[in-house]
Design a protein around this ligand. Sequence first.
Ligand SMILES: [Zn+2]
Length: 147
Amino acid sequence: MAAELEGACHCGAVSVALRLSGPPSATALRACQCSFCRRHGAKTLADPEGMLTIRAEPGTVRRYRFGLKTADFLLCEGCGCYIAAIAEAGGEQRATLNVAGVGLPEFSGREAQPVSYDDEDTADRMGRRMRNWMPVEVLERRHAVAV
Ligand SMILES: [Zn+2]
């Protein structure tokens, strides 16, 4: 059964809506062992059949690149939480979500499987992301203000 989940960074400036093709309990969590993800204690998931929507006020998302520089790592400008990584190929964007950074209660306390991608070259890495990561849209706009 599909699931709709919502989360946000620590300060709330960046929120996410996650649609999973199956229940959270059947969705694997990964703990990437790169130096960036370890520092953030990242636990990530991606559902190629699902959908991720990231909503942010303008100027609240910082994009960081390192290593092969083939993905943007999205951080909240205000609180520093690592939200998600986004890669683009052939005009298509795919993302992996850090459930630890957006505090999804459905995954709290869940173990994540350690993974290492050190041996990949750029082509391997982009191929894996396009296969395994999930469709994403990033909406940067002001929230409606009630008058
Ligand atoms: Zn924040």
